[in-house]
Design a protein around this ligand. Structure first.
Ligand code: NAP
Length: 642
C-alpha cells in the first residue's frame, strides 16, 4: 500500500503546477523535491531559508531565491509526474536530520529527532496506535467509559476501537467537539496553526484557513468521528454526574443523567476522563448583575438569537475569547464598551486570518511529504523554546517588568508591535501595554485586529474596575456609567476546578475533588493513587502555556493510557494505580519547576492558571520532548498492580 503521506498521484498540467507554486511555503517545497528526486543536492546549494520565526513559513528567502526555487521545483515535479508519481524511496536517518536542521535554520538536537520523526510519520506508520494483543475475549470483557467527546474523548474512542477494547463515550453536548462545539462566539478560531492542530494520523489538506474558525473545527471533528465510526458509541446530551469505585468487582459505576432527566449507571473496568479544563464558565459575581434588563450571556454560551446590530454592548473581560469577539462584533454593533481588568501581551502573526490558497491545498494533497514537513515547520518553533524563555532569572533586577534578559527582549519586541499600531495616543498606550512580564499569561496571536477595533469611534476600552451593574448600564468604581443593552461575559473558565462538578469516589470512599481541593495533581497528569483504573486526559499539570498543541499532548496521553489498559488486560491484572511516592514526587517536582517559571510569579496578579494561593497546578512546567518520552510507555514499576 502506498504511504499515505507520499501524496496522491496527479496529472496536473504544467501551468497549473506553476500557479500552485506561487502559493506554497518554498522551504517546505524544497524538502518535498528531495523526496521526489532523491537528490539531497537540492538543499546543499544556494537555495535555503535564512531564518525561522513562529508562523513565518517562507524562511525569509528573497524573492529572487523563491523564484529560482519555483523554477527548479517545476522541473522536478514535472519529471516526477511524467514518471507516474512513484512512491519516493525512503531517505536515510542522517539525511532526514539534515533536512530538519536545514528547514529550521538551527541544530535540531538528537534527543528531539525520534519525537519529530514519530510526529511526522514519514514512514507512513501511526506509531501511537496500539494494536489489539492477547486474548480477544479478555479485551471484550473490559468495557471502558470515556467522559467527554471533545478532541481528547474522540481520540480516546478511536484508539480504544483500534485496540479492540469496548467503550462508551458520554457527552453532555448534542455533538462532537467539546470546546469547538461550545465556543461559537463571533470570531472564535484556534490559535495553533491548523496543519499541526489536527490529529497526526489524519490528512490536513482540507483547512481553508491557517487558523480555522469554530464551524470548520467542529466540522473537522465531526468528519473524523464519522470516518472512524465513533458516533454510535456516544451517548449524547448526557452528563456524567459522578463515578464510584467498587473494590470487590474492580469496576467503576458511572452515573449519568440524560437531557430528559433519565438517570443511568454504566459499569466499566476503567474510566478515561476527557473533560478538558476550560468548559465551566466563570461568571464573576458583580453586584446588581441579576438586575440587568437586556440579554446577558457568557462567551461560551453565546446567544445567537440576540441581534447585536444597533445595540450598545458591554463586554466584561478580554482574554483570549474577548480578544477575538471585540474585532468581530465592533463593525456590527452601535457601540461596544470593553471592560478589561488586565492588559494582554500579544505577538504578531500576519497569517492569523489568512486563507489557505488552492495552490497550498494542491501541494498538501499531492506533493510527497509536503504536509508532514509543513507540520514540523509549525511544531518546531513551539517546541520547548517558550519554556526556556519562561524561566526566571532570580538575579534579574526588575521582576515586575521582566523575569530575565530574554524576557526583557520579548517585552520590547511585543511593546514595539503594540505601540507601532497605536501611534501617538499616550492614553491608549498606557491602557494596552501590560505592566507585568511578557508571556506571563497566555500570549495572544495578533494581526492588528484587536487594536484596530479599539481605535474605532464606536469602541471604548475601560480599564477601571467595575463597581456594579444596573438594569441598563455598567458602573465603574469612579462612578462612571456605561449604558448597555447587551452584556457579554468573556470572563473565562473555572480552570483550576479540575473535573468539576463531577464527584469521583475512589477507594475507601475518597472524593477526588475533596482530596485535591485547590491543588489537583496526577502522576504525569494522568493517574492518581486510590483511584484505580481511572485515567485523565488533559488532567492536572498538562495545560500548555509554552507551545506544543493539546492534540499532540492528547495523543501522547492516550497512547500511554491504552498501554496501561494493555497492562491490565494482557497482564491479567484487575487494577492499577500509581505508587503514592511516584505521584507525590511528581507533584513536588512539578511545583518546584513551576515556581521558577514566569506564569507563577507574583507580578502576575490575575491569571486563570493560579489558585487562590497563587500556585499553579494546571499547567505543565515540562519540556514537550520529556513529556513525550515519559508517556511513550508506562513504566510498570511506577504502579501498584492488583
Ligand atoms: P481568560 O483568558 O481567563 O480571560 C478572562 C477575562 O475575563 C480576562 O480579561 C480576565 O481579567 C477577565 N475576568 C475574569 N474574572 C474577572 C472579574 N472577576 N472581574 C473582571 N474581569 C474578570 O478566558 P478566555 O478569554 O475565555 O480564554 C481562556 C482560555 O481559553 C485561553 O487562555 C485559551 O487557553 C483558550 N482560548 C483559546 C482561544 C484560541 O485558541 N484562540 C480562544 C479563546 C480561548 P484578568 O486578565 O485580569 O484575569
Amino acid at each position: 500500500m502506498r504511504n499515505p503521506h507520499a501524496g496522491e498521484p496527479f496529472d496536473t498540467p504544467d501551468e497549473e503546477i506553476a500557479e500552485a507554486l506561487l502559493d506554497v511555503s518554498i522551504p517546505t517545497l524544497l524538502l518535498s523535491l528531495v523526496h521526489m528526486s532523491g537528490d539531497p543536492g537540492i538543499i546543499r546549494g544556494r537555495l535555503r531559508p535564512a531564518g525561522l520565526f513562529l508562523n513565518e513559513v517562507q524562511g525569509y528567502m528573497t524573492e529572487e531565491d523563491k523564484a529560482g526555487a519555483r523554477e527548479l521545483a517545476l522541473e522536478v515535479i514535472r519529471d516526477y509526474r511524467d514518471r507516474g508519481c512513484p512512491e519516493p524511496q525512503p531517505i536515510s536517518a542522517e539525511l532526514l536530520h539534515e533536512m530538519m536542521t536545514w528547514l529550521v535554520c538551527e541544530d535540531v538536537p538528537e534527543e528531539y529527532v525520534p519525537m519529530l520523526m514519530e510526529e511526522m510519520e514519514l514512514d507512513g506508520r501511526d506509531a501511537r496506535r496500539v494494536e489489539p494483543a492477547g486474548d480477544p475475549a479478555a479485551r471484550a470483557a473490559f468495557p471502558v467509559v470515556v467522559i467527554g467527546c471533545g478532541q481528547s474523548g474522540l481520540l480516546a474512542g478511536i484508539r480504544l476501537q483500534e485496540a479492540g477494547i469496548p467503550f462508551t463515550i458520554v457527552e453532555k453536548n448534542a455533538g462532537v467537539g467539546g470546546t469547538w462545539w461550545e465556543n461559537s462566539y463571533p470570531g472564535a478560531r484556534v490559535d495553533v496553526g491548523n496543519h499541526f492542530y489536527c490529529y497526526s494520523f489524519e490528512p490536513s489538506d482540507h483547512w481553508t484557513e491557517y487558523f480555522a474558525q469554530q464551524p470548520e473545527l467542529q466540522r473537522y471533528f465531526q468528519s473524523v468521528m464519522d470516518k472512524h465510526g465513533i458516533g454510535p458509541h456516544v451517548r449524547w446530551e448526557t452528563e456524567v454526574l459522578g463515578a464510584t469505585w467498587d473494590e470487590d468487582s474492580a469496576t467503576w459505576s458511572v452515573r449519568t443523567r440524560a437531557s430528559d432527566g433519565t438517570e443511568d449507571v454504566l459499569v466499566a473496568r476503567a474510566v478515561v476522563s476527557a473533560v478538558g479544563q476550560l468548559n465551566r464558565p466563570n461568571v464573576p459575581a458583580i453586584e446588581g448583575a441579576d438586575t440587568f434588563a437586556g440579554p446577558a450571556f457568557h462567551s461560551a454560551r453565546w446567544d445567537h438569537d440576540v441581534d447585536l446590530a444597533t445595540k450598545r454592548v458591554a463586554m466584561i473581560g478580554a482574554g483570549a475569547s474577548g480578544f477575538q469577539i471585540a474585532p468581530t462584533i465592533a463593525p456590527v454593533v452601535d457601540h461596544l464598551t470593553v471592560f478589561q481588568r488586565t492588559a494582554q501581551w500579544m505577538f504578531p502573526n500576519p497569517n492569523y486570518h489568512a486563507t489557505v490558497g488552492p495552490g497550498v491545498r494542491w501541494a498538501l494533497r499531492h506533493l510527497p511529504f509536503y504536509g508532514r514537513w509543513y507540520r514540523f515547520l509549525i511544531f518546531w518553533p513551539g517546541c520547548d523554546k517558550g519554556l526556556e524563555a519562561a524561566r526566571v532569572d532570580p538575579d534579574y533586577p526588575d521582576q515586575q517588568r521582566a523575569v530575565s534578559e530574554t524576557n526583557e527582549f520579548t517585552r520590547q519586541m511585543f511593546t514595539d508591535w503594540i505601540v507601532g499600531q497605536v501611534g501617538d495616543d499616550p492614553e491608549l498606550i498606557a491602557k494596552v501595554v501590560p505592566d507585568y512580564p511578557a508571556t506571563g499569561k497566555r500570549t495572544l496571536q495578533d494581526n492588528g485586529a484587536w487594536l484596530g477595533a479599539l481605535t474605532r469611534d464606536n469602541v471604548d476600552l475601560v480599564r477601571t474596575a467595575i463597581d456594579h451593574i444596573e438594569p441598563d448600564a455598567v458602573v465603574t468604581v469612579d462612578g462612571e456609567r456605561y449604558p448597555a443593552d447587551v452584556l457579554v461575559y468573556a470572563t473565562g473558565f473555572q480552570a483550576t476546578k479540575v473535573l468539576a462538578p463531577m464527584s469521583i469516589i475512589g477507594r475507601d470512599g475518597v472524593d477526588l475533588r475533596e482530596l485535591w481541593g485547590e491543588r489537583p495533581a496526577a502522576y504525569l497528569g494522568i493517574t492518581v493513587p486510590g483511584f484505580p483504573n481511572f485515567f485523565c486526559m488533559y488532567g492536572p499539570g498538562t495545560n500548555l502555556a509554552h507551545g506544543g498543541s493539546l492534540i499532540f499532548h492528547s495523543e501522547c496521553q492516550m497512547r500511554y493510557i491504552t498501554r496501561c489498559l494493555d497492562a491490565l488486560i494482557v497482564g491479567g491484572n484487575r487494577t492499577m494505580e500509581p505508587r503514592r511516592e511516584c505521584y507525590e514526587d511528581w507533584h513536588e517536582r512539578s511545583q518546584r519547576e513551576m515556581r521558577g517559571l514566569v506564569w507563577a510569579q507574583p507580578s502576575i496578579e490575575h491569571s486563570f492558571f493560579k489558585n487562590s494561593a497563587g500556585e499553579i497546578h494546571v499547567l505543565s512546567p515540562w519540556r514537550i520532548v520529556d513529556y513525550w518520552s515519559w508517556t511513550k510507555e508506562p513504566d510498570l514499576a511506577d504502579f501498584v498492580l492488583g
